[in-house]
Design a binder for this molecule. Structure first.
Ligand code: RM4
Ligand code: MN
Ligand code: MN
Length: 380
């Protein structure tokens, strides 16, 4: 069942910002071989695709990935055998955005934020990207700090202007997050708030689910099922967490949840699947490879579920027969089948072992050296 052609349906976008330095609120650690610019971030992404066979696109973040010559970036990416994934406008690092970007009480700040969104529409058009992937840090820290309804109206006004400017091939993906950096009221705290906004904007506005953006105990696979059935599931930011928005390697904490998410994606075409990770202490390229492999395993296992037997068990009310059908698939060891499937795609049977044997890390460390990132240079 895990034939190369079923794996070929899986396309993961890796994030340019997952290759640069990142850190905690306490420190940013420099890594040997850290990419010095977006071109080298693309090179690292190409290595991940070479090894895994299912990571053919790179999501970009602006202005982190800003270049003077977009066509040179497009050419470089194509030369490495990759496409450009979603464009992610960054509206959270400029000091003007302390009290918000598109929900800021000052119209001049909202104008600046909206202009950046419009600039990203042009960037996407030039690069051949088909999505604006939006996450807003906007929110308030204290009750009474601002008018919550007014903030929503400001957001709708700015996003409507953005949506109207987007060419037909671009979709708008709207991410939600319950807290951080705002600790009283985030302006899009949950999937329902995101969906309401999307419904007002239009058909090409869809919800993006980041696995780290839920309160504990939330049933993410049920959110996936609901949004999928409504045709409003725009895609994912895959990562894993134990406590909050930890941005750890995909499948490292809760692989069963990952399997259930793929199961709930059902027989519909897969939505946009992006990794959103921040590696603080682990080797970045290897971490990304492991994430893609873990996604391949979860996906392959989800394909093993006998859906007609499951439907029969559900119709008969046989609770545990139904449950066991899921467990049987989840407990199947798909690693050797996947190794063959990857080889069928021209990738590595054992991507992590091949990465280590290739000495890629040693090579980039020698070529790029250990550069010091600027203060707050997170993501670059
Ligand atoms: C946020 C969110 C966004 C990502 C930033 C860096 O928590 O997940 O998608 O772009 O982090
Ligand atoms: Mn995210
Ligand atoms: Mn996040």
């Amino acid at each position: 069942m895990t034939e190369p052609n079923s794996l070929a349906a899986l396309e993961i976008e890796t994030p340019s910002w997952g290759y640069g330095d990142s850190g905690t609120r306490f420190a940013t650690f420099q890594q040997p071989g850290r990419p010095r610019d977006v071109f080298e971030r693309i090179d690292d992404a190409a290595e991940v695709h070479r090894l895994t066979g299912t990571a053919p696109a790179v999501a970009l973040h602006f202005p982190w990935d800003q270049v003077d010559d977009l066509s040179a970036l497009k050419t470089h990416t194509a030369d490495r055998g990759l496409g450009i994934g979603a464009v992610n406008p960054n509206l959270f690092q400029d000091p003007d955005y302390k009290l918000g970007s598109i929900t800021h009480p000052d119209a001049a700040v909202r104008r600046k934020a909206t202009d950046h969104l419009l600039e990203c529409v042009d960037i996407a058009r030039e690069l051949g990207s088909t999505a604006q992937s939006l996450w807003f840090a906007d929110g308030t820290n204290y009750a009474g700090q601002d008018d919550l309804v007014a903030r929503r109206e400001r957001m709708l006004e700015c996003l409507s202007e953005l949506y109207a400017a987007m060419p037909a091939e671009q979709e708008l993906l709207l991410e939600y997050k319950p807290f951080e950096p705002a600790f009283y009221a985030t302006d899009i705290p949950d999937w329902g708030s995101s969906l309401l906004m999307c419904l007002k904007l239009g058909d090409r506005a869809k919800v993006l689910v980041d696995l780290g953006h839920h309160l504990h105990g939330t049933n993410i696979e049920q959110i996936v099922a609901t949004l999928g059935a409504e045709g409003r599931l725009g895609g994912f930011h895959f990562n894993n967490r134990k406590y909050a928005d930890d941005d750890l390697i995909v499948g490292s904490v809760n692989p069963f949840e990952l399997f259930l998410i793929f199961f709930e994606l059902g027989n519909r075409p897969l939505p946009r699947l992006t990794i959103d990770q921040a590696h603080n202490v682990e080797a970045k390229v290897e971490a990304m490879v492991l994430s893609v492999v873990n996604l391949q395993e979860a996906y392959a296992k989800s394909l093993l579920v006998d859906r007609s037997a499951l439907a029969a068990a559900q119709a008969e009310g046989d609770v545990l027969a139904a449950h066991h059908l899921l467990l049987d698939a989840y407990k199947t060891d798909v690693r050797s089948e996947l190794a063959r499937a990857r080889a069928g795609l021209g990738a590595a049977e054992d991507p992590v072992a091949e990465l280590r044997a290739s000495r890629y890390l040693e090579r980039i460390a020698a070529e790029r050296g250990t550069t010091v990132s600027v203060a707050g240079g997170w993501g670059r």
